[in-house]
Design a protein around this ligand. Structure first.
Ligand code: AMP
Ligand code: MG
Length: 332
């Protein structure tokens, strides 16, 4: 019901509310999460209701450190190789990484959408860390937006779309990464990349010392997905979004917004006719651009434009993660 600054009182209150089965939105370094006690089915059901999330889309469970992973995952069924992979990835935690592992029996199928695996995340954000420790229970937390809409990177974004339905929104300012975590599954014979994020496939392969299978598929949602975050319309604004390279300038509608990676962009015809222009970074820095992407899309989405036109990114590791989000958002 209210946005509160993340002081000690708020952190303790967030912990109490979570333990008691209430919903609390909180900042992480990726995006804001909509948290609920992962051990209480009714609390978890509330996440699905408030997000209007399809019940085949599993939730990621957050714990404060590697010491608590076994509260969520069943590490006893991992073979030696899988154990070694998990150890090899541990230095990336806390951080924007979700690892899919066999689930522990404490975690119900309400959380995992019927799967025998669970996505585990250890966020680096200081406020998220403090809230998880205050809660003392594993916290299921998807992004705090309605399903199919853009993820929130500020407390106000959460308030705008679901403020009436959440007991507490903890304000931690703008999320520093700005796009969702990298998801990697260690539950099979080969480590598998299920979602791109700030940790690139290359970094993960280096850490593991083995090849990672790229299993990022595109689906309109009908077939069984390894990871439902792969659904094509997962991240769209309401206004049609188009890649700059895919449109002909003379066919632009009268009211359009332009989202450009760099403020150093040469003035072009695109800028000249735009009703609104949003720069994701001053100098085309992709780390800054990823922080600002979702906020820029949300802001332009309020302007009743006929179209939003967006730059494409280069083929660098973070560029690929950003292009993944942008191309999903352009499929509306
Ligand atoms: P979000 O709504 O951004 O928190 O994303 C949660 C995403 O994590 C889901 O959409 C899935 O893609 C992924 N995920 C969570 N748990 C699992 C799991 N057990 N197996 C595969 N993917 C998972
Ligand atoms: Mg989400």
């Amino acid at each position: 019901m209210s946005i509160q600054r993340a002081d000690q009182n708020t952190v303790e209150k967030a912990g109490e509310l979570l333990r008691a089965g209430k919903l609390v939105a909180f900042p992480t370094e990726t995006v804001y999460g909509l948290g609920a006690n992962a051990l209480l089915d009714e609390a978890v059901q509330e996440i699905y209701r408030v997000k209007e999330r399809p019940n085949n889309n599993p939730l990621i469970v957050h714990v404060p450190s590697v010491n608590e992973i076994s509260q969520v995952a069943d590490l006893s069924v991992l073979n030696k190789t899988q154990e070694n992979w998990l150890t090899a990835l541990s230095p990336l935690w806390p951080g924007p990484l979700t690892v899919v592992l066999p689930k522990n029996k404490n975690i119900s199928e309400e959380v995992t959408a019927g799967k025998s695996t669970v996505g585990v995340r250890i966020p680096r954000h200081k406020i998220a860390q403090r809230i998880l420790r205050a809660a003392g229970v594993p916290v299921a937390a998807p992004s705090a937006n309605r399903s199919n809409y853009v993820s929130p990177t500020r407390a106000q974004h959460v308030y705008d779309c679901m403020g009436e339905e959440i007991e507490l929104i903890v304000d931690g300012g703008l999320c520093i990464v700005g796009i969702e975590s990298t998801i990697i599954s260690l539950a099979n014979d080969t480590p598998t990349l299920l979602r791109r994020g700030a940790y690139s496939r290359e970094e993960i392969e280096k850490q593991l010392g083995t090849e990672v299978q790229d299993n990022i598929q595109r689906s309109s949602g009908s077939k069984a997905l390894l990871s439902p975050g792969q659904m094509i319309t997962h991240y769209s604004p309401r206004t049609p979004l188009r890649l700059k390279d895919s449109i002909e300038l003379h066919k632009l509608p009268s009211r359009y917004g332009a989202v450009l990676l760099s403020a150093r962009e040469q003035p072009s015809e695109l800028l000249h006719g735009a009703t609104h222009v949003s720069y994701l970074s001053n100098a085309g820095d992709l780390t800054v651009a990823s922080q600002n992407l979702y906020e820029a899309l949300r802001e332009l989405d309020k302007e009743e434009l006929d179209m939003i036109v967006i730059d494409s990114c280069d083929d660098s590791p973070l560029g690929r993660a950003l292009m993944d989000r942008i191309s999903r958002a352009t499929s509306n």
